[in-house]
Design a protein around this ligand. Structure first.
Ligand code: SF4
Ligand code: SF4
Length: 367
């Protein structure tokens, strides 16, 4: 580890968690330092240590500043995997969500009954859709049939925003593609994987490989930037050659003939960390929004986390709020009346903080 960090502190300037908290302990440098002690068996995995390792969005922003190109988020993630047997007891909220995502397909009726019973006691910041996206959509043939595309819906589209899945179907149908929606697909496993629960992530990936592996398709498209990241980078998807078919929405749409809905509002774009820092995808959505002719103003030229970060906002709500507050200020400075994004986690966070009407998924802009 000594060679992985010279403690220069460059990473501190961009880490959203450090900037929100001001604590060296949970800065990238502080984490690497403690992980070094832990790996050398000089540190017991106490609650404070576990909290330190959990307090990271895994956004990767720190890595672009690191003078040694240290894979900071990978080191933090690997430590989480080691700590998972202890972590799941400490962070029960994310554990419950993780369990739900891992098993909802099998026990959907039970989970929905539980939700109905508990929603008045533990109100959620969102409403579940009356009918999940995957419950009725299957195959949409096209007369033009340019290619075969499968949709990976992801959990948020499935349960909260089936309308976004329908918008993707409509868009791809208009462009002339056959659309397949395998009903056996399930959660991409990102939540489980980032928590350190690799076993569950592997189990979910196996189900998705079974659902998509046999299809004769050219591309897989998902409305969620975070699902895109997991499908593109998780080893079982790569080995099954699923990853090579996965294409990011804005990149897929770049050269397509598109018609946009009219908008008389100034808009801005919110970069999902998974697109911006993991895949260096940031120009594509901006090109689309400018092509649409909308009044566009940049609110985060280098990207900026919204604080959601999968399980991060569940486990560290106060820090998540502070990170969001900073993002909100940058949006407000532009005078933008509408924020556009393409990650379901960001969508939930931004809608909760800015208001439902002030945030849209990019799919909602197409006529
Ligand atoms: S991955 Fe993001 S949240 Fe984690 S230490 Fe790096 S900059 Fe901070
Ligand atoms: S930028 Fe890299 S070398 Fe410098 S303190 Fe951060 S992790 Fe260490």
């Amino acid at each position: 580890m000594d060679k992985s960090c010279i403690k220069c502190g460059r990473c501190l300037a961009v880490c959203p968690v450090y900037k929100a908290s001001g604590y060296e302990r949970i800065s990238p440098r502080g984490k690497l330092n403690l992980i070094d002690f832990y790996q050398k068996h000089l540190l017991f995995p106490s609650f404070i240590f576990q909290e330190t390792i959990s307090a990271c969005i895994l956004c990767k922003r720190c890595e672009e500043k690191c003078i040694l190109h240290t894979p900071i988020s990978k080191i933090i993630h690997q430590t989480r995997e080691k700590l998972w047997p202890l972590q799941k007891k400490q962070y029960y909220r994310s554990w419950v969500v993780n369990k739900f995502l891992a098993s909802y397909q099998k026990n959907l009726g039970l989970w929905l009954r539980l939700y109905t019973l508990c929603k008045h006691i533990f109100p959620l910041p969102f409403d579940l859709a009356s009918s999940p996206f995957l419950s009725s959509r299957r195959f949409y043939p096209s007369k033009k049939a340019k290619a075969n595309i499968a949709i990976f819906s992801g959990c948020v589209t499935n349960f909260l925003y089936p309308n976004l899945g329908d918008k993707l179907i409509k868009l791809l149908s208009k462009l002339g593609y056959n659309i397949f929606i395998p009903p056996q697909q399930t959660c991409c496993g990102l939540m489980a994987y980032t928590l350190g629960d690799k076993e569950t992530a592997l189990d979910l990936a196996k189900k998705n490989v079974e659902a998509f592996g046999h299809l004769s398709i050219d591309f897989i498209i998902t409305p969620c930037a975070s699902c895109y990241h997991q499908l593109k980078t998780f080893l079982p998807y790569q080995e099954a050659k699923i990853s090579e078919k996965v294409i990011e929405l804005s990149q897929f749409l770049q050269e397509k003939p598109l018609s946009f809905l009219p908008l008389n509002k100034k808009i801005t774009w919110h970069d999902p960390c998974h697109l911006r820092y993991h895949h260096n995808i940031w120009q594509g959505p901006r090109i689309l929004l400018k092509k649409a002719g909308y009044e566009f103003e940049e609110s985060s030229p280098e990207g900026m986390c919204c604080g959601q970060g999968g399980s991060f906002a569940l486990n560290f709500p106060e820090l998540a709020k502070q990170i969001f507050r900073r993002r909100k200020e940058t949006i407000e400075k532009t005078g933008a009346e509408l924020v556009i994004t393409s990650c379901m986690g960001c969508l939930i966070q931004l809608k909760a903080g800015l208001g439902k009407q002030q945030v849209k998924h990019i799919l909602e802009l197409f006529a």
